[in-house]
Design a protein around this ligand. Structure first.
Ligand SMILES: O=C(O)CCC(=O)C(=O)O
Ligand SMILES: [Fe+2]
Length: 180
């Protein structure tokens, strides 16, 4: 906390703590939507979930065909909240071998399910692959906030009835270092 520049410290901390509340509401709603006890996923984040913010600045780039702002990936987090640039698009998702743009919605926050939540839900909620393309003329700024379970907490899928156990009991640290 003390390493945050003074000029943005207050705003940043307020944004993170409000977003943490929103995260709790969303993760509880996800559990309820699957007819599970509302805290089933939230509890698996542990008492001190990790929150990590990535402030991303991407300068204009003339080589659109060969330079990406982020290569195709799924987020290693539990959940991701993305504040997009107000004017410059870039985020894309694949479907049927094609990439589709995620449109800008002013001041909206894009929610993304991360790998950890995919594991907790045994793949019912998917951590979607996405990428970010560059823009020829304009710079682009985004703020991505990631919430993840404590590194050492053991978590597992909540579903006893599942036939297919895609994921084994694991913890964030194992999975994180296995896949990055
Ligand atoms: O900048 C963006 O629009 C998305 C960034 C992203 O996918 C990430 O930081 O994981
Ligand atoms: Fe991402």
């Amino acid at each position: 906390m003390y390493r945050l520049p003074l000029i943005c410290r207050e705003t940043f901390l307020e944004f993170t703590s409000k977003q943490q509340l929103m995260n709790e509401i969303i993760v509880k709603a996800m559990a309820k939507s699957l007819k599970l006890e509302k805290n089933s996923f939230l509890d698996q984040f542990g008492k001190n979930p990790i929150s990590l913010t990535r402030l991303k600045f991407c300068p204009p780039c003339p080589w659109l065909d060969c330079v990406l702002a982020a290569k195709p990936h799924g987020d290693a987090s539990g959940t991701t909240y993305l504040l997009q640039d107000k004017e410059v698009e870039g985020l894309q998702v694949p479907k049927d071998d094609q990439w589709y743009r995620v449109p800008l919605t002013p001041d909206a926050i894009v929610f993304n399910c991360g790998d950890q939540l995919e594991i907790m839900t045994n793949g019912i909620f998917k951590s979607p692959i996405h990428r970010v393309v560059t823009n020829k003329k304009k710079e682009r700024r985004t703020v991505a906030l990631f919430f993840s379970p404590e590194l050492t907490i053991k978590f597992e899928s909540e579903f006893e009835f599942q036939i297919l156990h895609i994921y084994h009991r694991s913890n964030h640290e194992n999975i994180y270092y296995q896949y990055i």
